[in-house]
Design a protein around this ligand. Structure first.
Ligand SMILES: NC(=O)c1ccc[n+]([C@@H]2O[C@H](COP(=O)([O-])OP(=O)(O)OC[C@H]3O[C@@H](n4cnc5c(N)ncnc54)[C@H](O)[C@@H]3O)[C@@H](O)[C@H]2O)c1
Ligand SMILES: O=C(O)C(=O)C[C@@H](O)[C@H](O)[C@H](O)COP(=O)(O)O
Ligand SMILES: [Zn+2]
Length: 353
């Protein structure tokens, strides 16, 4: 088992890490376990571990994926906590993909203004990104993740064994965030993937655990320095300005990682076209994502919708759009207020049809 420290908590990565759960909720008379249907077996394992340790467990099943990141679902969780008379010494555990851990984190952050939270990510994306770092939230009609709180967990348990049941397309989605970490901070990630893309996609192989550990290390370093996204943390949003706009336009039928993949190619084009990024490094984005089988194009006619949707990006300041771009490999920077012409030119590089 590997433990990576983030401020005051640890991300435990390995097989059978659930053993650490009772310690993380010590002192809680009740523990709510929030999960969605596809991970019931993994939630049951967490529940059994808690019950063996003497905790009273309140299982809360929520709608799967983005359907769960909704105010009505959060409200139903708070109703359940209220009915069980949850107090400040109790705890919330989120078991599932990034959507469930984002929701569970938001529920925990708001209940009594904050009760203990433990995240147990069961998707690759959850392990390397969503469950780590304290961003919690839900979607609203106006856009993705627009309501939420910075609320770090007391601990994160990444049981690599759960990846054995993750659908292949969801594993692939997680690799988009892994590739992102490679470009913004740890190019060894890119070399590992490029030398054997199939190995990177094998949940039982030796490459994926290393990719998980390297990506968590990147995220841990960044959020330990800048939890509330005053500056440095924005680099974790590389590829997300366009990515979130695609997700919203698709009404969340596209996977987050797939949308981020297109967003990464767009961001690389922005970097190159603004004269900041070497063409070879820009081209490497498309190459590595394509070799994995991630999407790198989106319909040409979508541009006006996407351009409008990007206005609600959290990095925007007033009418000024701001993008994370690269000045070189592992050298992220900010591009503020690019012209509409430059944005369209960059979009042409991902536009299909
Ligand atoms: N808070 C953050 O910092 C942060 C970072 C990145 C992404 N996110 C959010 O995370 C979400 C995407 O996360 P995701 O890619 O995990 O998608 P997801 O949560 O929608 O999960 C994808 C699918 O896989 C299923 N699943 C998860 N683990 C499984 C397992 N072990 N076995 C079988 N099925 C399993 C889920 O139930 C779901 O059907 C988005 O909402 C995104 O905005 C948040
Ligand atoms: O942790 C962060 O910070 C990130 O930006 C990580 C992203 O991968 C993640 O998708 C995050 O939820 C996006 O945050 P948002 O603030 O743009 O909603
Ligand atoms: Zn993301």
């Amino acid at each position: 088992m590997t433990a990576i420290e983030v401020d005051e908590y640890a991300v435990q990565i390995g097989r059978n890490v659930l053993e650490g759960l009772p310690d993380l909720v010590k002192g809680a008379a009740q523990v709510a376990v929030i999960f969605a249907g596809p991970v019931r077996a993994h939630a049951d394992a967490a529940i059994a571990t808690l019950e063996r340790a003497g905790a009273r467990v309140l299982p809360i099943e929520v709608p799967d994926a983005e359907a769960g990141k909704d105010l009505s679902v959060a409200a139903s969780c708070w109703d359940a906590l209220g009915a069980a008379a949850f107090t400040r010494s109790d705890a919330v555990v989120g078991v599932g993909g990034g959507a469930v851990t984002d929701l569970a984190g938001f529920v925990a952050a708001c209940w009594l203004r904050g009760v203990r939270l433990v995240t147990i990510p069961t998707s690759l994306l959850g392990m390397v990104d969503a469950a780590v770092g304290g961003k919690t939230g839900i979607n609203t009609a106006a856009g993705k993740n627009l309501v939420g709180a910075f609320y770090p967990p007391a601990g994160v348990l990444c049981d690599l064994g759960t990846l054995d049941t993750l659908p292949a397309d969801d594993l692939l989605a997680g690799l988009a965030e892994v590739v992102k970490c490679g470009f913004i901070a740890d190019p060894a990630i890119l070399t590992l993937i490029e030398s054997d893309p199939a190995a990177a996609l094998d949940p039982r192989g030796a490459v994926l655990p290393e990719l998980v550990e390297r990506s968590v290390a990147v995220k841990a370093r960044v959020v330990s320095e800048d939890l509330r996204e005053g500056g440095l943390r924005e680099i974790l949003n590389y590829g997300h300005t366009l990515g979130h706009a695609i997700e919203r336009r698709e009404q969340y039928r596209w996977k987050h990682g797939h949308a981020v993949s297109v967003g990464l190619v767009f961001a690389a084009a922005l970097g190159r076209l603004s004269g900041r990024l070497d063409p070879a490094v820009a081209a490497r984005h498309r190459e590595v994502l394509q070799r994995l089988g991630l999407p790198v194009t989106y319909p040409a006619e979508a541009w006006p919708d996407l351009h409008a949707a990007m206005r609600v990006d959290k990095k925007a300041r007033g009418a000024t759009l701001r993008f994370v771009v690269l000045d070189g490999l592992a050298q992220p920077g900010t591009l503020a207020g690019p012209s509409d012409e430059l944005l369209l030119e960059a979009y042409r590089e991902v536009a299909a049809g």
